[in-house]
Design a protein around this ligand. Structure first.
Ligand SMILES: Cc1cc2nc3c(=O)[nH]c(=O)nc-3n(C[C@H](O)[C@H](O)[C@H](O)COP(=O)(O)OP(=O)(O)OC[C@H]3O[C@@H](n4cnc5c(N)ncnc54)[C@H](O)[C@@H]3O)c2cc1C
Ligand code: FES
Length: 290
């Protein structure tokens, strides 16, 4: 497609499926990991992509919700058979999702969006706020050479070191920390109330990491917008490349409704509205008008 509505990620590889819940387990306060049996989506998805999820046979809530790929699950034949999603209960959809057990049915379409870059780097520095750690599990596994993602599997994603700076309200909201550590990720935690790790902002941890060494480093970031803004400014100050994954609310996920727009700068120094679902959700941090 050409013209102003053209976008590089028009869900061309996405599939819509009715899928079954394999399990739905509590990881932390108000935080769950749901496993969905959907080989077609699992084998196509790459880190940083998302799916749209809707309750089957219900119009309440009417609209699907976007949720990031946490990881894929490998079956006995060595192929991706399921996807994991980690979600925080904040409203109607996530509350209902938290009540589903094995065997429940959901409507899903994906994988959607662009995903994070797959380019070699010495140090991948992941910065997450709140539930923003969810796109980083698969990314860390990929960059540490433990699994390939996509069909055909994408290559080029390699790092000698992967660090996760992870900020949450309190210790009870931290989800998946041991799983990241088991992969070999250097996890550094901050909490608002000091109940785990550093008391203060996650950007304090990020600054510390960059002061130790900002050479051959790339930052990926996901979380609340003010936090991503602060991370983008800090990355620019240290002259380190930074990708942010935006969490703008979405209705269709495939470029039709324009409900997901963000202000993105153009090469001339101006800006225009861009659809996060088909031109993101991952953007160069320098391009975002926060
Ligand atoms: C690409 C992408 C990936 C995402 N991945 C995840 C994920 O992996 N895990 C996860 O828990 N959430 C994720 N989200 C956010 C998730 O889609 C929303 O939290 C979702 O709307 C929750 O649905 P709900 O019906 O429970 O809450 P809603 O009823 O939709 O909203 C409840 C409250 O949260 C606010 N809200 C809703 N969406 C957002 C948002 N995007 N930013 C700020 N406030 C919001 C609403 O204004 C309302 O106050 C992602 C969003 C995007 C765009
Ligand atoms: S969510 Fe509909 S255009 Fe992006």
């Amino acid at each position: 497609m050409n013209g102003p509505a053209a976008a590089p990620h028009y869900a061309l590889d996405a599939r819509q499926r009715a899928v079954r819940v394999v399990e739905n387990v509590c990881l932390a306060r108000d935080t769950f990991r749901i496993r969905l049996e959907c080989p077609t989506i699992a084998e196509r998805a790459v880190p940083g992509q998302f799916v749209m999820l809707r309750l089957a046979g219900s119009n309440d809530p009417l609209l699907a919700r976007p949720l990031a790929l946490y990881d894929t699950v490998i079956g006995p034949q060595g192929r991706s058979v399921a996807i994991d999603i980690v979600y925080l209960v904040v409203g109607k959809m996530t509350r209902r999702l938290s009540m589903l057990g094995a065997g429940a049915e959901l409507d899903i379409w994906g994988p959607l969006g662009n995903g994070f870059a797959a380019e070699p780097i010495e140090h991948l520095l992941m910065v997450a706020g709140g539930i923003g750690q969810t796109p980083f599990m698969a990314l860390a596994r990929e960059y540490l050479g433990q699994r390939a993602y996509g069909s055909p599997p994408r290559s080029g994603a390699r790092a000698q070191r992967v660090t996760l700076c992870y900020g949450a309200r309190s210790a009870s909201y931290l989800a998946g920390v041991d799983d990241f550590r088991d992969l070999g990720v250097d996890v550094r935690v901050s909490t608002d109330d000091g109940s785990a790790g550093h008391r203060g902002f996650v950007t304090d941890l990020m600054r510390e990491a960059l002061e130790a060494s900002a050479r051959n480093c790339r930052i990926v970031c996901c979380g609340p917008e003010p936090m991503m803004h602060a991370v983008a400014e800090l990355a620019a100050r240290f002259d380190v490349a930074c990708q942010v994954s935006l969490e703008t609310p979405m209705a269709c996920g495939i470029g039709i409704c324009f409900s997901c727009v963000a202000r993105v700068r153009d090469a001339q120094g101006g800006w225009d509205y861009r659809r996060t679902c088909v031109e993101g959700p991952v953007f160069d941090a320098r391009a975002i008008e926060f």
